[in-house]
Design a protein around this ligand. Structure first.
Ligand code: NAD
Length: 449
């Protein structure tokens, strides 16, 4: 069978690119070895957001007395939480499967392997050819070479989404995005949570002010953090899983019922036939140029597998850029402006450059801050804890935003849109913002310049 493009992997990168390609008149063969939807839908963004909603409900009830609502008692029904998550994932999966029933898309529910730059073989032995091949196979959880990582009860985030009980004591190795989201969720469900992080700060890629404030707030919620902690081994003892680590030159340990390994993700490259076809890759992912093309002409790689930016929306926009490139259209997509968020309670969001990056790259900048506690809406919501930082270059153009506080993920999107339009802080000052909204914090911050 021959088509314009073969896409391997139907996560948000692969399936959205398939739909965009078909919309633009290209015929597509799309391979998927599991169910359509990828990490995002089955073990990432969506299931965790389902859990976040349940966690938020638990917190609201637990804290409702301060809002004048007395609730006699409540119970966290974890089986129902997992069931609801599975229902939502199933509903969204069938939505994608329906969309993929497009006349220009051939969906092959099988594993695919590259034969050459224009040919792919399916697991059942059929051969498919195309003018172009796009690899969008995603990533898998990294398991560090630490003794005891294979013990029962030491889980990846995928496995933690499907346990049948709330661990009383949860130890999380890695305080990056995944570690923090699960820490925040399971704390709301009643677990005692200890985080062991190798780096000096949590969320190493975020603005330091934001990660420090987030750590303070999460600590107030009862999460226990150990930074610059190096896990050496995990062993099963009578008391539970004993996680050994060195911290401040001391040998320490924490005992838990469940250990989550959240130390990053690795690109899924095994068994793809990359070596046979001569496609260059490193442990960080398949090497690509600015058009997401690999060193082999006509073969492209998008999303987690190229290691550029492990976010669902980065994958789907990279895919659109590839199709624009194939069609010879000038692409208006700026892949330097990619907002990201951590769905802890409260949230953190960022887009563009951090102060640290500006300094490293010798870019002159000004940074100003505004606090949530000065915003009427945040205070009325009972969410006064938060900080917004805007960064502008010498011309006053906004080049970064870093927000910690209620709805930070949504707030950062406004700045992302403004950055795409090259907006200055002076222009933002003059844009009317509705009162009372959290978005006024952005305007207040702009007025500080
Ligand atoms: P990450 O890179 O964000 O964090 C991993 C953390 O583990 C880092 O802080 C690192 O210093 C630490 N670490 C590494 N080895 C360690 C060790 N041996 N002991 C202690 N700490 C160690 O990775 P992640 O949280 O696993 O997430 C994987 C990818 O998925 C990231 O790229 C992330 O952006 C993406 N993701 C995004 C979202 C979101 O956008 N909301 C949610 C989940 C995942």
């Amino acid at each position: 069978m021959n088509s314009d493009i073969i896409i391997i992997g139907a996560g948000p990168g692969g399936y959205e690119t398939a739909l965009y390609a078909a919309k633009n008149g290209l015929s597509v063969t799309l391979f998927e070895q599991r169910k359509a939807g990828g990490t995002c839908l089955h073990e990432g963004c969506i299931p965790t957001k389902c859990f976040c909603r349940s966690a938020e409900a638990a917190d609201t009830i637990a804290e409702s007395e301060s809002l004048g609502i007395r609730v006699a008692s409540y119970e966290v029904d974890f089986r129902r939480i997992v069931e609801r998550k599975n229902e939502i994932v199933a509903q969204l999966t069938s939505g994608i499967e329906f969309l993929l029933k497009h006349k220009l898309i051939t969906y092959v529910p099988e594993r695919a392997q590259l034969v050459d730059a224009h040919t792919v073989k399916s697991e059942s032995g059929d051969t498919y050819t195309a003018r172009h091949i796009l690899i969008a196979t995603g990533s898998t959880a990294k398991i560090p070479p630490i003794a005891g990582c294979d013990l029962p009860g030491v889980l990846t985030s995928t496995e933690l989404l499907d346990i049948d009980h709330i661990p009383q004591r949860l130890c999380i190795v890695g305080a990056g995005v995944i570690g923090l989201e699960f820490a925040s969720i399971f704390r709301s469900f009643g677990s005692t949570v200890t985080l062991l992080e190798f780096a000096k700060e949590i969320l190493p890629n975020f603005d330091t002010d934001i990660s420090k404030r987030l750590k303070q707030t999460l600590s107030k919620r009862g999460l226990e953090f150990f930074n610059q902690a190096a896990v050496t081994a995990i062993e099963q003892t009578e008391a539970g899983l004993c996680v050994h680590y060195t911290w401040k030159n001391q040998d320490c340990s924490v005992t838990a019922d469940t250990v989550l390994m959240a130390v990053g993700r690795s690109p899924r490259v095994d068994g793809l036939g990359l070596d046979e076809v001569g496609i260059r890759y490193t442990p960080k992912g398949i090497e690509t140029d600015e058009n997401l093309q690999t060193n082999v002409p006509d073969v492209y790689a998008i999303g987690d597998v190229n290691g550029r930016c492990m976010l669902a929306h980065a994958a789907s926009f990279q895919g659109r850029k590839v199709i624009d490139h194939l069609l010879g259209h000038a692409s208006a997509i700026d892949l330097h402006i990619i907002p990201s968020a951590v769905f802890t309670r409260p949230e953190a969001g960022m887009v563009g450059m951090t102060e640290e990056e500006c300094k490293q790259q010798g870019i002159a900048f000004t940074a100003k801050k505004a606090l949530f506690r000065a915003n009427g809406k945040a205070v009325s919501m009972g969410e006064p804890d938060g900080l917004c930082k805007l960064i502008a270059n010498e011309q006053g153009k906004i080049i970064g935003a870093h927000i910690f506080g209620a709805h930070a993920a949504d707030l950062v999107q406004e700045i992302s849109a403004l950055m795409n339009c090259g907006t200055t802080v002076a222009q933002l000052k003059n844009m009317v913002h509705a009162h009372p909204t959290l978005s006024e914090i952005l305007q207040e911050c702009a007025r500080e310049f």
